[in-house]
Structures are given as structure tokens and as C-alpha cells.
Design a protein around this ligand. Structure first.
Ligand code: A2P
Length: 278
């Protein structure tokens, strides 16, 4: 039998695993962040990612619609009652060409199955924690920086963020400012946090790739760090494939070994959501 949709079904989710957009911020013509409602049943560890997306156009032959889903790090901490995401906009990208136009009240699809390696469980205890990010790779660290466990576990936390342009640093810069001013987290952070933003294609106080600045010693000098070693240092890495490989090599050179959920060690790596159809 054919079922008619009830009249005035405004609160009815029209998508499977639908969540409602509550806020959208456009940072540049290529970057935006947004917040959505959190499914009551969703538990995750700060640093994990989920699949999110939109329903695709109907297949011309069958009329059936399939969801277009991509992996996105959750940028908000595990205690937050909403979920935040940070995304690029790719003009001909199957998902972000459309996702960039979402507005508060719209719905997105969110599969409530969080996974990932950028979690505290995958690292052995240490004194100093490094977050190495390029571009949208800062997203999982936006979550972890707001996670009390980060500040309880370590004496020092260093966030490096390398982008092409100064405007691409703004999401991270505002996050750091807000953290330091936050009544609860700010107290936990004290003077433990060092923020090291660098740009590669526009003038800024610190220029160059973080990889080059680790190899030539300038990053450690700027940060007042003598050396990196497996007794004291832990690291989480999130950027493009090339970036991740280079940082891995550098960290291995300092004697650090890659960990996993099943076998915690000194550093962990995850690919940022960097592109579509590339
Ligand atoms: P660069 O401008 O020298 O390529 P993208 O916008 O291409 O995703 O890159 C984001 C930032 O990451 C840029 O500043 C870029 O520097 C830098 N980057 C890209 N690849 C590497 C790498 N292999 N090692 C270090 N930094 C990288």
C-alpha cells in the first residue's frame, strides 16, 4: 500500500542518520566550519573521525538516491553536545561543492561510527605532546586541545600548523585564543600550550614548512626545545600523505616509533580530509 506522508511533518528526518546544521562559518573562499546536532547515542574519543555527507542526485535510470559520504575528523571535544567539522571547499568536488552551501536548519547525513588513531589511547605516557598539522589537518587537534585529558596527561603541548596563506590559519588562531580565555580549559592549560603557526606562500612572523624547520633546527630553537626523544615526546600528525610521510621520517630519526590503538607507542598519524576525487 502507498503511505502518504503526514501533513506538517516538519520535525521528521528526511535522511538516514540525519543531523541538523546549527551554525556555519566561512573562513576563506576555500575553508569553512560548521556545527550539527549530536546523536544522543554517539560516543567518541576526542580525535576520532566519522563519515558525513549528503544525499546524491537520483540515478537517472533507477531513480534511486545514494549518499555521498566522506571521512571527517570531529573538531569538537567528546564532552560537547554538538559536533563541529572543518572542511575545504572543492568547486567540482562531489560532496563539498554542495556541502559548502549548507545553512542552519539544513540536514546532513552522519554515520554514528567513530574511528581513528589520533587518540590518547594510542600513545604511551609522556611529558610533551606535539600536534603537527597542515591545512584542515588541524581538525582532530581542535577536538583534542579542548579535551581535559590532554592537559591532565602532559606538561607541555605544542601545536604546529602550516598553511599557504595567513587567512588559512585563522580558524586555529581563534580556537587557541578562545581556549586560553576559557574559564575551565584555560585554567587547565596554564602555560602548557605553545602555538607555532607557519606560512609557506605569504609573509607571516614564521615562514616555511614545519618539516624543513624541524630538520634545520629552527623550530626547536624558536620553541625552546633542546631535542625530541622517545622518553619525553609524543606526537600526533595530521596532514597530506606527503606531509605525513616526511614527519614520520623526522620523528623516526629522533627515535620515536609509531603506535596504534592496539599497541600504544610514541606517535600516531592520520591523513587529513584533503581532497575529493583527486
Ligand atoms: P607548500 O606551500 O610549500 O606546498 P596544501 O594547501 O597543498 O594542502 O598544503 C598545506 C600546507 O602544507 C602548505 O603550506 C604546504 O606548503 C604544506 N605542505 C605540503 N606538503 C608538505 C610536505 N610534504 N611537508 C611539509 N609541508 C607540506
Amino acid at each position: 500500500t502507498h503511505m502518504n506522508a503526514p501533513q506538517n511533518a516538519t520535525a521528521q528526518p528526511v535522511l538516514p542518520d540525519a543531523q541538523t546544521v546549527t551554525q556555519v562559518t566561512h573562513w576563506t573562499n576555500k575553508l569553512f566550519s560548521f556545527r550539527v546536532t549530536r546523536p544522543a547515542s554517539l560516543r567518541f574519543r576526542s580525535g576520532e573521525f566519522v563519515m558525513i555527507g549528503l544525499m546524491g542526485d537520483p540515478d537517472p535510470k533507477t531513480g534511486r538516491q545514494k549518499p555521498i559520504l566522506r571521512a571527517y575528523s570531529i573538531a569538537s571535544p567528546a564532552w560537547d553536545d554538538e559536533l563541529e567539522f572543518y572542511s575545504i571547499k572543492v568547486q567540482d568536488g562531489p560532496l563539498t561543492s554542495r556541502l559548502q552551501h549548507i545553512e542552519p536548519g539544513d540536514q546532513i547525513i552522519l554515520r554514528p561510527k567513530p574511528v581513528g588513531t589520533l587518540v590518547h589511547d594510542a600513545l604511551l605516557p609522556g611529558k610533551r605532546l606535539w600536534f603537527f598539522a597542515t591545512g584542515t589537518g588541524i581538525a582532530p587537534f581542535a577536538s583534542l586541545l579542548r579535551e581535559p585529558e590532554t592537559w591532565e596527561n602532559y606538561d607541555e603541548v605544542i601545536l604546529t600548523h602550516t598553511c599557504r596563506q595567513v587567512a588559512e590559519l585563522e580558524y586555529g588562531r581563534q580556537l587557541i585564543d578562545a581556549l586560553r580565555e576559557d574559564e575551565l580549559i584555560g585554567e587547565l592549560i596554564g602555560d602548557k600550550l605553545k602555538y607555532y603557526p607557519t606560512t609557506t606562500r605569504e609573509e607571516s612572523p614564521v615562514m616555511g614548512r614545519i618539516t624543513d624547520k624541524l630538520r634545520d633546527g629552527s623550530a626547536l630553537r624558536d620553541l625552546g626545545v633542546d631535542t625530541i626523544g622517545p622518553e619525553t615526546d609524543r606526537a600526533m600528525v595530521c596532514g597530506s600523505l606527503d606531509f605525513n610521510l616526511e614527519i614520520k621520517e623526522i620523528l623516526e630519526g629522533f627515535g620515536l616509533e609509531e603506535g596504534a590503538n592496539s599497541e600504544p607507542k610514541h606517535y600516531v598519524v592520520e591523513k587529513a580530509f584533503v581532497g575529493e576525487g583527486a
